[in-house]
Ligand binder design. Structure first.
Ligand SMILES: Cc1ncc(COP(=O)(O)O)c(C=O)c1O
Length: 433
């Protein structure tokens, strides 16, 4: 049996402590640089992190150098050491022994990931499809529904291209109509959007496709209420969860969408190129597969829908590890931490002269994505200066529509890092870049 097949179970909190306590990790992390450093990392705190020291121990589970501040979770999150360990171990196992016999053991692993995803999202494994990312998940929905002339699909203007351009392109091909509900800034409130989407619905509406939390300025949408209204009118709902999966404690049993999508490599801090598509049991018969190939899943809808050909099982197993890591830390604590950091940033930005904030400060209407215009400074040059001189990585938003900078902190960031960013912004606003 390859060494890599021996210790495959999910790493528990006790295991974390053992793996990352001084001296405990040498055998597991033999070659990469981050592996050699792992022995110096403190153990995860016992219980839900409560103090800055606890959160520092959580931060130490990531291989980003301590002096590098990355607040770009809306785009890409780092995988934690336990996730990297699983990814490396399982990748290596297949390359050490690519026989069908060794690989066969991985298929049940994929089903375990499906079960973990179902538990995490409060759904059933029969409703979970493991995809490559949110883009693929969204497109599997817009490709798979039978829509044609006379049908209408409602989208929000702030949807990601995979849930906006995709519907427009397929409308050209299949003849249905796309109805766009425009974005409003500042966030006009949940009731406004419930009303705007409801008024856009007609007897011809077949689908409502919106984003749970916008990636542009971080507006939160009333997902459960919109799904409820749509369901009462026989309209299918696609909720793009790229910006909430792994950040908010998402409960699909309460939200009741027909489709929900997400990526492992954003807020869940999983490996890259893995994602999820939830398809509610009673609408599965209405969704055609886009891909017909070998190696489907073994449970529920995945048996007919997930025949995507050969996959990277290591990535899927690492995805499960990422969900376990977050569950170990505490999902409510993660959400609270990210929200608190965003709130600290918003209140600091309010005190900086000339800064125009696009994200509403009302806590119920945002989460942890914050966008703003940095006065008269050039956003691109400022982002470069922050990265090169201050070791702070955030991102720019170009174009005419609410342009500027976007900051998306997560549970591996700290109040001190937010202060550092605010101090640097204040300095550049005074001196220029
Ligand atoms: C709302 C939303 N949907 C979909 C995506 C696409 O995610 P991915 O590139 O992981 O497919 C993004 C990426 O930022 C996003 O913000």
């Amino acid at each position: 049996m390859p060494a890599s097949t021996r210790a495959r179970s999910t790493v528990s909190r006790r295991d974390f402590a053992r793996l990352f306590a001084v001296g405990g990790s040498a055998a597991l992390f033999s070659s990469p640089a981050w592996a050699r450093e792992a022995g110096r990392a403190p153990a995860l705190p016992q219980g839900v992190p409560a103090s800055e020291a606890d959160w520092a121990a959580v931060r130490a589970q990531f291989v980003m150098p301590p002096d590098l501040t990355v607040m770009n979770a809306a785009n890409l999150c780092p995988a934690s050491r336990p996730v990297l360990e699983v990814l490396t171990r399982e990748t290596r196992s297949v390359d050490e022994d690519p026989s069908p016999m060794n690989r066969a053991r991985l298929y049940p692993e994929k089903e375990q990931t499906r079960r973990a995803l179902a538990e995490y999202l409060r759904a059933t494994p029969d409703e979970i499809i493991i995809t490559r990312n949110t883009s693929e998940s969204n497109n599997l929905v817009s490709n798979g529904l039978d829509l044609g002339p006379g049908d209408e699909v409602i989208v929000h203007a702030d949807n990601h291209p995979s849930n906006l351009q995709a519907w427009h392109a397929k409308a050209t091909r299949y003849g249905y109509t796309v109805v766009v509900v425009e974005q409003r800034n500042p966030h006009p409130g949940m009731a406004y959007y419930v009303d705007a989407f409801t008024r856009a619905m007609t007897p011809r509406t077949k689908v409502l496709a919106f984003t749970h939390l916008s990636s542009t300025v971080g507006d939160l949408f009333p997902a459960a209420e919109l799904c409820r209204v749509a369901r009462s009118r026989g309209v299918l709902t696609l909720v793009d969860g790229a910006q909430t999966f792994g950040l908010l404690d998402v409960d699909l049993a309460a939200m009741q969408p027909d489709f929900y999508t997400g990526s492992a490599h954003k807020w869940p801090c999983g490996a890259r190129e893995c994602g999820v598509l939830y398809v509610r049991a009673d609408v599965q018969a209405r969704l055609w597969p886009t891909i017909y190939s070998a190696y489907p899943g073994a449970t529920g809808f995945s048996r007919s829908f997930e025949g995507f050909g050969q996959r990277d099982e290591a990535t899927m197993i690492a995805f499960r590890e990422a969900l376990a890591f977050q569950t170990t830390i505490g999902r409510a604590a993660i959400e609270q931490r990210a929200r608190a950091l965003a709130a600290q940033l918003l209140s600091g930005l309010a005190g900086l002269p000339g800064v125009r904030v696009w994200t509403t400060p009302t806590p119920a209407l945002h989460a942890a994505v914050v966008s703003f215009v940095p006065g008269t400074l050039d956003a691109g040059r400022l982002a470069t200066a922050l990265y090169e001189r201050d070791r702070i990585a955030i991102t720019t938003r170009g174009g005419q529509d609410r342009p500027g900078l976007r900051v998306s902190p997560h549970f591996y960031n700290s109040p001190a890092e937010i202060d550092r960013l605010l101090a640097a912004l204040g300095r550049y606003l005074k001196t220029g870049v």
